[in-house]
Design a protein around this ligand. Sequence first.
Ligand code: E4P
Length: 218
Amino acid sequence: MKFFIDTANLAQIQEAHDLGILDGVTTNPSLMAKEGIKGHDAVMKHYVDICNIVTNGDISAEVVSTDFDGIIAEGKKLAALHKNIVVKVPMIKDGVKAIKWFTDNGIRTNCTLVFSAGQAILAAKAGAAYISPFIGRVDDTGWDGMELIHQLRQIFTMQGFKSEILAASIRNSMHIIKCAEAGADVCTCPLDSILGLLKHPLTDIGLAKFLEDAKKFA
Ligand code: E4P
């Protein structure tokens, strides 16, 4: 399973990259706004800055247009910024049409805001490189987001769909482990959830004892 970081914060992206386990980055308009980036040029520069940190992974940059022509125009500009940019397109009717157009024209896409198997099937048929089911937001409504990952894994494997299942809206470290169990191709996670995987009290206790005993033969 590939690890993407789900943030537009450059320091966090750098920290995850320095760990040596980062395969890419996802952003969205809310994450960009959180970083206080304002204006078209600043947004474009920020995407390039991200690409310059994670030089060997895909970077999702989301369109904010909702009509076919607008999505295409915006997506072309984003894709031209860097070879690693993947155009993130919402799961709406014009979005599906745009994903197919981008696929036919050699531009890779990430279909976002996916909450059902039906939506995922449409995005896969249109040729999305990545499909992003939002686990945490499904959980928030009282349904089981992880069930969706299991369902998509079964359908995509059975049907031979090429799109990668990119588990998104990750809220904790257990989500990451469960995504790995369910066969997600990619998990995009906040930095805290990635770092949470490091933690175990027995590791801390064991290390303290090893370091104490090491003093005996220093
Ligand atoms: C990533 O591609 C999604 O935009 C993101 O994971 C959404 O996460 P949230 O539900 O925590 O906002």
